[in-house]
Write a protein that binds this ligand. Structure first.
Ligand SMILES: Nc1nc2c(ncn2[C@@H]2O[C@H](COP(=O)(O)OP(=O)(O)OP(=O)(O)O)[C@@H](O)[C@H]2O)c(=O)[nH]1
Ligand SMILES: [Zn+2]
Length: 276
């Protein structure tokens, strides 16, 4: 979902699908050699997390890696601001993860509070939501679409026979005040994205660590006990946070393992036996 189509206004037929500016995809369930497309042309990714128990730096970093890899702008949306004693501390913790990272603190139920997100939601903009269950994504959808009943906000799609049918409610029209805005994607597929083939995302989100790693004496340094390891030296000198280094290592290893498995699946011949 999320493709922009060039449509002939007279015949109302599709002329072509416009080139995608971004694309979230994953291995297709059931046939992992194929890819399933999840959302195209997303401009902004709202990484939704609640100020309560849900707040977790490692989880935020995972979503930041995905955003970077796909090339969409990440915005951390901290919900349930009204329930946290000192939400500003969490805002600071999130901002520290990446220079220039935008972090917005909201009470998702309050339109005045959610209004700070409208800049990302204008006409022509597509926003996608990610975040754990219960953090307040549906509540944000309701407030951002200006509807108390999101069931009425279903996307209308052409069914190919010239009639409009109402399909799955995973894409919503945003409203900025009385004006129509862009589009909001809230699909379960976004919750099942994997850390696979995201090595450039990992490198960029953890550039504080990866820049130091460039200084290691051996280019294939594992940063465990090698002589001349710049990562170990920087941790010893208090210049790198060992916890962040550990999170980087875990994500990089997870990505390498998943990416290797994905490449192996693709190279496996399909139905080799039946072709003989
Ligand atoms: N106090 C407070 N409660 C909120 C806020 N945002 C959401 N809630 C409440 O949190 C609960 C969960 O919100 P949902 O919007 O259903 O969460 P969700 O992320 O859509 O959850 P899933 O559908 O399971 O993915 C609901 O009871 C909301 O009313 C907020 O900013 N402040
Ligand atoms: Zn090293």
């Amino acid at each position: 979902m999320g493709d922009w189509l060039l449509v002939d206004p007279n015949s109302r037929t599709i002329v072509r699908i416009l080139d995608r500016t971004s694309l979230f995809k994953r291995p297709a369930p059931g046939d992992e050699r194929r890819v399933q497309l999840i959302a195209a042309n997303v401009d902004t990714l709202f990484i939704v997390t609640a100020c309560k128990q849900d707040f977790n730096v490692a989880r935020l970093e995972r979503y930041l890696v995905l955003a970077r890899e796909v090339g969409v702008r990440p915005v951390v949306v901290l919900t349930k601001a009204d329930l946290a004693p000192e939400p500003e501390l969490l805002v600071d913790a999130a901002r520290a993860l990446q220079s220039g990272l935008r972090v917005e603190l909201v009470d998702g139920r309050d339109p005045a509070s959610v209004a700070r997100l409208v800049d990302y939601c204008g006409v022509g903009q597509t926003v996608a939501l990610v975040g754990s269950s219960g953090v307040g994504k549906s509540t944000l959808v309701k407030t951002l679409t200006g509807s108390s009943d999101i069931a009425t906000q279903a996307v209308r799609e052409d069914d190919g026979k010239g009639r409009h049918t109402t399909t799955v409610r995973e894409m919503y029209r945003l409203a900025s005040g009385a004006q129509k805005g862009g589009w909001l994607v809230d699909t379960p597929g976004m919750r099942e994205l994997q850390m696979s083939e995201v090595s450039s995302g990992v490198t960029e989100v953890f550039d504080d660590v990866t820049n130091v790693a460039l200084e290691c004496r051996f280019s294939n340094c594992t940063h465990v006990a090698e002589p001349g390891c710049a990562i170990n030296a920087a941790m010893a000198a208090g210049e790198l946070d060992p916890a962040r280094v550990a999170r980087w290592r875990k994500l990089a290893q997870e990505d390498a393992a998943n990416s290797g498995a994905a490449a192996a699946r693709r190279s496996r011949p399909g139905n080799a036996a039946s072709r003989r």
